[in-house]
Design a protein around this ligand. Sequence first.
Ligand code: HEC
Length: 140
Amino acid sequence: MSGAEDRGFTRGQITAFVATLAVAAALGTAAYQAGERLAGTGGGAAVSAATGTVPDGGALYAGNCAGCHGADARGALGPALAAPAGWSAAEFTQAVLHGRTPDGRTLSTVMPRFETAGLDGSAATEAQLNAIQAYLKTLP
Ligand code: HEC
């Protein structure tokens, strides 16, 4: 003869399982919010970035450029990006994708060719490059 315990979970087991799920969800939410704070985004920008409609220029910069150009783009291994922030979108794209500047310089290969390197591991899009340049324009 089989009792209730043989057919399924006890009430105590179910309660424990639901509690575990709730803790996991809370941790996930906290981690996501901490990530937003680190990336310097929040509110609407984070929502649209999460849905993939508007690339988050600040996050793209932090993940792909800041290591060499500095967190605030004032220069480190690579030069400050105040001047490129004011280039036309086509000039900026040409430099970042192909390493050629408006004044005809070919950048050293220390500067990645993002056409092949990609952004965050996938092919760079025009919208992403525009978002990065727009972000650079916001820096003091
Ligand atoms: C591995 C290091 C490195 C990374 C990562 C990097 N750069 Fe560079 N970048 C450089 C170096 C070094 C130069 C200078 C090359 C030269 O002058 O020959 C440079 C030059 C540039 C220039 C030309 C600046 C000028 O005034 O001539 C632009 C624009 C630029 N980088 C944008 C970016 C952007 C945008 C990203 C991220 C998507 C990025 N870089 C990521 C190292 C890097």
